[in-house]
Design a protein around this ligand. Structure first.
Ligand SMILES: [Zn+2]
Length: 136
């Protein structure tokens, strides 16, 4: 067992390995795999092979700089989506105790207590007053 582990370490030495883009590609591959069980499309199979080859190419690549740049470009697109997803989850989770509004001055998301009606809140980031209307 440790011999195989050593061989794997030798194989991966100096190679890029897995990163966030790798995980996303793997997620896309898994999604297509499940989808293809029902659809059985040769186009999806081809796309899956493409993703697999791209994943292997990236993780075995020795060009760290280029792969890291690709990952940064991916994260620049992915992180805002992830933030929106987490905020929407939080809105559902805290729906009984809080409402979320965006500050019109600095675009910071404000977490406000549920207090029905129109009132003013002070943004903790830019210290400006924000008029808030909570209907329900
Ligand atoms: Zn603000």
């Amino acid at each position: 067992m440790s011999k195989w582990k050593y061989k794997l370490q030798q194989l991966m030495a100096g190679r890029y390995g897995a990163d966030d883009l790798y995980k996303a590609l793997f997620g896309g591959y898994a999604l297509l795999l499940v989808l293809n069980i029902f659809v059985r499309s040769p186009f999806l199979s081809l796309l899956m092979w493409g993703l697999l080859i791209l994943m292997l190419f990236r993780s075995f690549s020795r060009n760290y700089v280029k792969r890291a740049q690709e990952n940064q470009q991916f994260l620049r697109l992915w992180n805002p989506l992830r933030r929106k997803w987490h905020l929407s989850q939080r809105k559902v989770r805290e729906r009984k105790t809080a409402r979320f509004r965006t500050c019109p001055h600095c675009k910071t998301v404000l977490r406000l207590p549920v207090k029905r009606g129109s009132h003013t809140a002070t943004c903790p980031h830019c210290k400006k007053d924000v008029s808030v209307r909570i209907l329900f």
